[in-house]
Design a protein around this ligand. Structure first.
Ligand code: FES
Length: 524
């Protein structure tokens, strides 16, 4: 049966005519809604029925030409592949990082000319033989990367392609370089080109994959693959990464010991009366050696919920830094030692606070174990939010001992928790358990803070530039506290608050829960 127009949706469009306007303005339109509509249909409706001066690009309407990409409610995507939902309102803006020609039309020359510099075409030594036979396994390696329709959404989503578009070529160019690097017919040193094109500027936040209608995993298949090639040829990693990698290889941790490690502050088993569950805690390097108070608060929260906690005294780094910076060759041994140790401890549930660690354990460990012929791990790896909300069950959590906290907080979604593990509602649900706490949302709460992917260690200035934008958007909420759920983000936000002289303190969710259990507010 044909759909009937049943209601309208509100569509706000950024309008800008350089001949008449000094800056963009926003125009609101009521658009009749029909089930199955996409954003491009709304633009067609506005153009045909409301204002034929509206400028926007489109061609194929089937997600193939890549010409219709715009920002839809702050997220870049092809308008012909962005479904509309009834009851929602939409804000449509031109693609970020490009100069606006008019309304939703941007000048892509900035990106195209950046791309031209890497000679984005197959470069051979001599003409191909006919017929040219390419083994299936060689073609398969680049098949996913070749699905790109060059819509530039990934570039608009990328936090490292800052407005000045520094040396980083961005996800689209990196994807192109990887597709040529792994094409046996191409003779150029694409790994060197990638290194010279800022491959280490990527924070591995995954926003490019999220924006990609072809679901290309640029982080894994292009950025990290090119970094591994660059390390193999002696170009990478960056000097800032070398010490960290050396630390991991010699001490088992990314950072050196400066004070008593968390694992030395607590017994092997933190016992509780009448336990409902038992978990092994994965502290990660930073909670163990830098922010031990955060780890203590995680233990407090678990204790208050009658969960017995085993402390892995001899755990080692998860290897995240090795995977993210391309020094993957050293990862196999480290992961195997960790897995053997946790299996020996009798681990059934491995719970961690740091999303960088937990996404590495969930996504990289199995792959590397398979590569080195090691048996897969048998325990269940979980982020603390996931464990509390789903495994233990949010409805069963101890809320009667939570004391009111007069606090307005805003939450930063860590990339490796939100996009990396699909966990974003859980931290908010936990925060809302605290009586008196008011949660205000930061605009683009899921935008990267600039600490990941080795950027904080290797490209500190860029990391600050990305981080400052995040700090500003969090401060704009007027919240008293900035909350996150990640060791790396915590340190980056603390650093940013100090650098910018912000009044807000930085907390992890488990810090606030532990404070609420103890009956101490901010002053405590
Ligand atoms: Fe071609 Fe949208 S119109 S991708």
């Amino acid at each position: 049966m044909r759909d009937k127009m049943s209601q309208t949706i509100e569509v706000t469009v950024s309008r800008y005519n350089p001949d008449m306007d000094s800056k963009p303005r926003y125009a609101k339109y009521e658009v009749p809604y029909t089930r199955g509509m996409v954003v491009l249909d709304a633009l067609h409706y506005i153009y045909e029925n409301k204002d034929s001066s509206l400028a926007y690009r489109w061609n194929c309407r089937t997600g193939q030409c890549g010409s219709c990409s715009i920002m839809v409610n702050g997220k870049p995507k092809p308008a012909c592949r962005a479904p509309l939902e009834s009851g929602r309102s939409y804000l449509l803006e031109p693609l970020r990082h490009f100069p606006v020609v008019r309304d939703l039309v941007v000048d892509l020359d900035r990106g195209v000319s950046r791309l031209q510099k890497i000679r984005p075409y197959l470069n051979r030594v001599r003409p191909a033989p006919r017929p040219e036979r390419i083994p299936r396994q060689e073609a398969d390696k680049v098949a996913e990367l070749r699905k790109c329709i060059e819509c530039w959404s990934c570039v608009a989503a990328c936090p490292a392609v800052v407005d000045a578009w520094q040396e980083f070529i961005g996800p689209l160019g990196s994807r192109k370089l990887a597709s040529l690097e792994f094409d046996p017919r191409d003779v150029e040193d694409r790994a060197r080109m990638a290194f010279m094109s800022g491959i280490y500027d990527c924070t591995t936040c995954g926003a490019c994959k999220e924006s990609c209608i072809k679901d290309i995993d640029v982080r894994r298949d292009a950025i990290e693959a090119l970094r591994a090639q660059a390390v193999g040829r002696g170009y990478g990693p960056l000097p800032g990464h070398a010490d960290i990698i050396h630390n991991v290889e010699t001490t088992g941790y990314t950072v050196e010991k400066q004070s008593t490690p968390f694992t030395d502050m607590v017994p092997e088993v933190v016992k509780v009366e009448d336990p409902v569950d038992e978990v092994v805690l994965f502290p990660g390097c930073l909670m163990n050696l830098r922010i031990q108070d955060v780890a203590m608060n995680v233990v407090e929260v678990l204790k208050r919920n009658r969960v017995q906690v085993k402390i892995p005294k001899e755990f080692q780094c998860c290897g995240s830094v090795l995977f993210r910076t391309g020094a993957r060759a050293a990862a196999g041994k480290l992961v195997a030692q960790n897995v053997d140790y946790f299996e020996k401890l009798g681990t059934k549930k491995l719970v961690g606070l740091c999303p960088g660690c937990m996404s590495t354990i969930k996504q990289d460990w199995s792959l590397v174990l398979h590569e080195i012929g090691h048996a897969p791990y048998k325990f269940k790896a979980m982020d603390i939010n996931e464990y509390l909300v789903h495994d233990l069950g949010i409805e069963k959590l101890n809320t009667k001992d939570l004391h009111p906290m007069n606090l307005t907080a805003t939450y930063h979604d860590p990339c490796h928790l939100n996009r990396g593990q699909g966990i974003s509602s859980e931290p908010r649900a936990l925060l809302m358990l605290i009586p008196g706490l008011r949660l205000v949302e930061t605009q683009e709460s899921d935008r990267c803070c600039g600490s990941g992917g080795g950027v904080r260690a290797g490209r500190r200035q860029l990391s600050y530039e990305i981080g400052d934008r995040k700090m500003k958007s969090m401060a704009d909420t007027g919240a008293d506290a900035f909350v996150t759920s990640c060791s790396f983000c915590t340190i980056q936000l603390m650093d940013g608050a100090a650098r910018l002289g912000l009044r807000q303190k930085i907390f992890n969710i488990t810090d606030l829960l532990a404070m609420s259990y103890r009956g101490k507010g901010l002053a405590g």
